[in-house]
Design a binder for this molecule. Sequence first.
Ligand code: FMN
Length: 158
Amino acid sequence: MKALIVYYSYTGNTKRIAQMIQNDIGGDIAEIETVVPYEGDYNTVVDQGHEEVKRGFMPQIKPLNVNIKDYDTVILGTPVWWYTFAPAVKTFLNNNDFSGKTIYTFATNGGWIGHTFKDVSNACTGANVKPGINIRFNESSLVTSENEIKKWIEKIGD
Ligand SMILES: Cc1cc2nc3c(=O)[nH]c(=O)nc-3n(C[C@H](O)[C@H](O)[C@H](O)COP(=O)(O)O)c2cc1C
């Protein structure tokens, strides 16, 4: 069965890595999008994100163009928002059943990944959650080496 790469990206970093993974291993790709877009300047969204993470808010997301049931391997991409996955990813994880699936997570961030991977494990009950990769950016410049990312991609499916 093919792998699904599914990601949320607000400023494009996570999307870039998702595309890098698809170029390497193929498979299907789907973007998680909120029904209500985040608006305002970056710092406004940073503050809004803080408030949302604190109260465990799950924004409505648009239907995906794929059915999660068709995949047994899910490669999940999220930006880190306040030390965890983005609220839109929380909605996605909450709306789907990952039991019996193998999950690989890539989390892009500015250097403070927090408890993102632990939170993914807790949210995906019954899944085989593999070690994730912490991918650092400085704004939109990749800090983590492409070589390190390639090595992590090579382990998918082992
Ligand atoms: C609401 C918000 C909260 C953030 N919180 C963190 C954080 O806790 N730790 C961190 O290292 N970076 C944090 N960042 C930076 C992003 O994780 C980083 O820029 C990421 O690569 C953005 O991915 P994207 O371009 O796919 O949206 C935050 C950014 C936003 C917008």
